[in-house]
Write a protein that binds this ligand. Structure first.
Ligand code: IPM
Ligand code: MG
Length: 359
C-alpha cells in the first residue's frame, strides 16, 4: 500500500504560479519513479488576484481548509498594485504565524555548475544553513501610528522577543547544528546596540549551549557577519538569527551562492501540530512573470525539503541529485544564472534525470 500525502498548493502571485506548476510536475514524476508514495495536491488560488476580486488575500476559513494537509507548497506573494504589507500579512504571515511555523530553515550551497560572485569560492567553502526565527521579533506586528498625516505623526514597530520564543528557536538551531558534520553554530546578534531583547537573546543562547556540549558556538554581530560571510565563508556552518537579521542575511547568502532563483526555504512547525510550509525564497518577480524564464530550481530544492519533512528522504535525495545534474550543465541555466534556458527546459531536464536515476 502506498503512502499518500495531501499537499496544499498555493502558487500565489507572479512567477509563483510558474515555479509551483513546475515543482508539481517534478514531484509527480518523482512519486511515479519511487512507487512507494503518492502526492495528492489541492490547489488554492489565493493571492493578489483573489484580493482584487474579494478584498482579502484568502478566505476567512482559509486556514481551516489547509490545517489538515501534510504540507503546504507555496509560491510567492507580492504584486505591483497591492501594497506589500497587505499581501504579506494577508497571506504568508497569516499562515506562518497562526500555524506556529517558528523555525524558518534556509540552506545555502553552491550547486554544481553555478558560479559564486566570490573570487576563488567554488563550492565546499560555502555550505550553510540559516535558521531564522519566524514567529516574533521584528515581525511581531506590534506598533502603530498616531496623528496620521499631521506634522506630529508618530509611528512605531516594536520588536518583541519572548523567552519561550528565543529558547525554542535556539534549541532547534543547536539540534540542527548537531546533526551536521561540523557541529558548529554561529549566533547572530546586535546586543551592542540593542540592550534589552538582544541581550536576552544572547543569554538564552548561552544557556541552551550548555545542553549541547558537543556543538561549538560563536557569537557574531550582524554587521560584522556580512563581512565574515563574504570574506571567510568557510568559517561558517549553521547560523541562527532573528527574524529580520536572518531575512537580510539570507538574501546575501543566496547572492553569494549564485542566484536568488535557487534558494529554498522551509517554514517549520517542528512539533507538527500544524502543517509546515515550503517555498522558494525569490518572490513574485513581476519583471519576468509570464515569460517562461523563471528559475524553477528554488522550488525544486524546496520540494526536497518538503519530502524530507514528510518522511521521504530517499525521494528528496533523488530529487536533489537530479537538480544537481541539471545545474551542472550551463546550457540548462535560466537567465538569472546567465544562461539561455526556459522554465520548461529545466523542468523537462530534471524529470528526465529523475527517470534515469537508478541508484
Ligand atoms: C523572505 C521575504 C519576505 C520576508 C518578504 C516577502 C516580506 O523577503 O521570505 O525572505 O521578509 O519575510
Ligand atoms: Mg527576504
Amino acid at each position: 500500500m502506498s503512502r499518500t500525502y495531501r499537499i496544499a498548493a498555493i502558487p500565489g502571485d507572479g512567477i509563483g504560479t510558474e515555479v509551483i506548476a513546475a515543482g508539481i510536475e517534478v514531484l509527480e514524476a518523482l512519486a511515479e519513479r519511487d512507487g512507494g508514495f503518492r502526492l495528492a495536491f489541492d490547489h488554492f488560488d489565493w493571492g493578489s488576484d483573489y484580493y482584487r476580486r474579494h478584498g482579502v488575500m484568502m478566505p476567512e476559513d482559509g486556514r481551516e481548509r489547509i490545517k489538515d494537509h501534510n504540507a503546504i507548497y507555496f509560491g510567492a506573494v507580492g504584486a505591483p498594485d497591492v501594497p506589500d504589507h497587505v499581501t504579506l500579512w494577508g497571506l504568508r504571515l497569516a499562515i506562518c504565524q497562526p500555524f506556529d511555523q517558528y523555525a524558518n530553515v534556509r540552506p545555502t550551497r553552491i550547486l554544481p555548475g553555478i558560479t559564486s560572485p566570490l573570487r576563488g569560492v567554488t563550492g565546499p567553502e560555502l555550505d550553510w544553513v540559516i535558521v531564522r526565527e519566524n514567529s516574533e521579533g521584528e515581525y511581531a506586528g506590534v506598533g502603530g501610528r498616531v496623528h496620521r498625516g499631521l506634522p506630529e505623526e508618530v509611528a512605531t514597530d516594536v520588536s518583541v522577543m519572548t523567552r519561550a520564543g528565543v529558547a525554542r528557536i535556539m534549541r532547534f538551531a543547536f539540534r540542527l547544528a548537531q546533526s551536521r558534520p561540523r557541529k558548529l553554530l554561529t549566533v547572530v546578534t546586535k546586543s551592542n546596540a540593542q540592550r534589552h531583547a538582544m541581550v536576552m537573546w544572547d543569554e538564552i543562547a548561552a544557556e541552551i549551549a550548555a545542553e549541547f556540549p558537543d556543538v561549538t558556538t560563536d557569537k557574531m554581530l550582524v554587521d560584522a557577519m556580512t563581512m565574515r560571510m563574504t570574506l571567510k565563508p568557510e568559517t561558517l556552518d549553521t547560523i541562527v538569527a532573528t527574524n529580520l537579521h536572518a531575512d537580510i542575511l539570507s538574501d546575501l547568502a543566496a547572492a553569494l551562492a549564485g542566484s536568488l532563483g535557487i534558494a529554498p526555504t522551509a517554514n517549520l512547525n517542528p512539533e507538527r501540530r500544524f502543517p509546515s510550509m515550503f517555498e522558494p525564497i525569490h518572490g513574485s518577480a513581476f519583471d519576468i512573470t509570464g515569460r517562461g524564464i523563471a528559475n524553477p530550481i528554488g522550488s525544486f530544492w524546496t520540494a526536497t525539503m518538503m519530502l524530507e519533512h514528510l518522511g521521504e528522504p530517499g525521494a528528496g535525495a533523488r530529487l536533489m541529485r537530479a537538480v544537481e545534474r541539471v545545474t551542472a550543465d550551463p546550457s540548462l541555466h535560466t537567465p538569472d544564472l546567465g544562461g539561455p534556458a526556459t522554465t520548461r527546459q529545466v523542468t523537462d531536464a530534471v524529470i528526465q534525470a529523475i527517470r534515469g536515476d537508478n541508484s
